[in-house]
Design a protein around this ligand. Structure first.
Ligand SMILES: [Zn+2]
Length: 266
């Protein structure tokens, strides 16, 4: 299996063998090994489904036509409720990976936003959806920091969700799917399960017809579908995506049901 530990072991063994038996060619082999190490590490950092640094849940192996919908980057005061209305209409339970600062956003200028977003978070829980942690700031550079900084963001959002909903979340989705050894340590200290995806809709960048085309191409039994609840296009076209998934005889289940692991500690 291609992972951080195995790659390090294989490269270290190659290095030792080269030094012992091919002394003269050592200087030629070293840059090749270094290049392999760099490529493997970059691949592992950015492609979450590799589970290169830590165990990630991106889909399950099953023949049953089941799938889970996940929504990232909310709470969005306007769009998250629209998504919830659609899910309620279909009686579907989904998972929302919440960015902590979206709840606090603009609270000093628009005090109402804070209360409104708290209500939306409570609505997510009361309507049977699952909540997960998606860091506090969703910074693209978060993973360049040490374990303490990463963990502090996880703790901040974990406490925020707990204070509002009373739920101790257990699922974490790394922003941009980026993982590394520091993320692994922070996640382990939190006791979290890491969630990725197998259907990346790219609804943050692509037009709805292309998002639909990706869902059609990538959806398989056991898939985890990644969408965003802060995108107007997604709220507007979610009905079409769900209609397609249901037309293919899929059952849409909550993520913890799909994975068979608890989404909350309480
Ligand atoms: Zn995100």
């Amino acid at each position: 299996m291609l992972n951080y530990r195995n790659v390090n072991i294989v490269l270290a063994m190659n290095l030792v063998i080269t030094v012992l038996f091919f002394k003269s060619s050592f200087l030629y082999v070293l840059p090749i090994l270094a290049w392999i190490y760099i490529c493997a590490t970059i691949y592992g950092v950015f492609i979450i489904k590799t589970g290169y640094f830590l165990k990630t849940n991106c889909s399950i192996k099953t023949k049953e036509r089941i799938t889970a919908l996940t929504f990232d980057d909310g709470i969005d005061s306007e769009l998250t409720p629209k998504i919830l209305d659609i899910l309620a209409k279909y009686n579907i339970r989904a998972t929302f990976f919440v960015v902590g600062k979206t709840i606090h956003q603009n609270q000093e200028i628009f005090g109402e936003t804070l209360e409104k977003n708290k209500e939306i978070l409570n609505r997510i829980v009361s309507e049977g959806h699952l909540v997960g942690n998606h860091t506090y700031k969703h910074s693209p550079t978060l993973t360049l920091n040490g374990v303490d900084v990463i963990k502090s963001e996880l703790v901040l959002t974990h406490k925020l969700i707990y204070d509002i909903t009373g739920k101790q979340v257990r699922f974490f989705r790394p922003p941009y799917g980026v993982t590394n050894p520091s993320v692994k340590k922070a996640v382990n200290q939190m006791g979290y399960d890491v969630i990725g995806w197998s259907v990346r809709s790219l609804d943050t960048t692509l037009a709805p017809e292309r998002v639909m085309a990706r869902i059609k191409r990538k959806l398989k039994p056991g898939s985890i579908v990644l969408l965003h609840d802060n995108r107007a296009n997604t709220a507007e076209h979610l009905t079409e995506y769900i209609d397609y998934i249901l037309s293919q005889n899929y059952r849409i289940v909550r993520l913890d049901e799909l994975l068979g692991i608890n989404g909350y500690d309480n």
